[in-house]
Design a protein around this ligand. Structure first.
Ligand code: SAH
Length: 359
């Protein structure tokens, strides 16, 4: 089967939409009507497009709204406020997304690739390699599904809205740069032509593909950049994040600093705490040092992630005392630091684990 998914409304720019609609022999304003249904009304069922004649509805739906993602498992926890979905794409490839509702906001964690080529040894997705890049619309549809569930009141807490999107599902987003940026544009374009999210609410997480980080800094979009550092020294980072052999800690942190300078957006350093591997006090000290060397606090923030052990893996979470000491050392040096909550842990909510079980 051709792995390239069919073209979808969410792949197109507003100008392309008008053009394609006209090419079908329809009036250009139909494009705006369809966008309003899709992005504003969150109506993906043509029966609800009641301002369109029914033959036009069918023609538009058939041409522009192919079903790209089919849910094959859906698991909830935290009283239904965390929902993880395993999706099958048209070529059979599996990806996951997670919706997390907090009292004051909703965050959606989305995938950008089926599998991943970065081979980080502690990550479930990294073990099977890359299958393929996702298309822009396949990425967008994960968010649309969450938005529709919230609108329909399917998530406890009443009708709601997706405020944050994090590219922390399967895949390395900057290795699928074009489709990811395309998806970001669909998400931040004001309604009705896009979903109208704030760029500041979108986080792109990377292993540190330096040239792509530099490119991202020139896009003029105030996205949040997260860098998966996991070790402050090359010796250990070479092991945990193999791309470090190509882009070493110093160069990667310089690119993160440049991102801050160009965009004014504080960079988030992701650091998964792994028992007896990277959680020593000396590494906390070194982490503080390499960050502080690149600027006064304000440019960066450290997000510690308790390691989520993957089945059969030798890696596990730090002991509580080690974690507390790591935080204390960073705080003592003034580093802005938070410890990520572990939502979804009991549903293997992190890091490609559902797809790995299915395969
Ligand atoms: N490829 C991107 C985004 C996907 S993963 C990246 O690496 O940044 C999002 C974050 O989860 C990354 O920081 C990743 O290193 C981390 N991660 C992966 N597996 C994990 C695990 N088992 N426990 C905790 N964090 C994990």
């Amino acid at each position: 089967m051709n792995p390239q998914p069919p073209r979808h409304w969410a792949d197109l720019s507003p100008a392309q939409r008008r053009e394609y609609v006209e090419a079908m022999g329809q009036r250009a304003y139909r494009a705006r009507q369809l966008s309003a249904h899709y992005f504003e009304g969150l109506r993906d069922n043509p029966a609800e497009w009641t301002d369109l004649p029914s033959n036009v509805r069918e023609a538009l739906a058939e041409k522009f709204m192919p079903r790209l993602l089919t849910p094959i498992r859906e698991i909830g926890c935290d009283g239904g406020t965390t929902v993880k979905t395993l999706w099958r794409m048209r070529d059979g490839a599996l990806v996951e997304s997670v919706l997390m509702r907090y009292p004051d906001r909703v965050t959606m964690c989305v995938s950008s690739q089926a599998g991943c080529g970065m081979a980080c040894p502690f990550c479930a997705t990294g073990q099977a390699g890359l299958q393929r890049n996702m298309s822009t619309a396949e990425i967008v549809e994960q968010v649309m599904d969450g938005a529709r569930k919230l609108r329909r009141g399917q998530i406890p807490g009443g009708a709601g809205w997706v405020g944050n999107v994090v590219f922390m599902g399967m895949g390395e987003p900057l290795a699928n740069y074009k489709a990811v940026l395309g998806a970001v544009r669909q998400l931040i374009t004001p309604t009705p032509d896009g979903l109208g999210l704030s760029a500041r609410g979108i986080t792109v997480s990377t292993v540190g593909l330096v040239p792509r980080m530099q490119q991202l800094a020139t896009e003029g979009i105030p996205l949040t950049l997260a860098l998966s550092l996991h070790a402050p020294d090359d010796e250990l980072r070479n092991e945990l994040v193999p791309i470090n052999a190509r882009y070493q800690v110093a160069e990667t942190l310089d690119a993160a600093r440049t991102y801050f300078e160009r965009t004014g957006r504080r960079v988030s350093i992701e650091y998964a705490l792994i028992r007896d591997i990277n959680d020593q006090p000396s590494r906390a000290e070194l982490l503080a040092k390499v960050l502080r060397r690149r600027g006064n606090w304000g440019w960066v923030h450290v997000n510690l992630i308790p390691m989520n052990p993957t089945p059969g893996s030798i890696w596990t979470a730090s002991r509580r005392v080690a974690q507390d000491e790591f935080v204390r050392r960073l705080e003592a040096r003034g580093v802005p630091v938070t410890v990520r909550d572990t939502r979804g842990r009991e549903i293997d909510g992190a890091c490609g684990q559902l797809a790995a079980q299915q395969a």
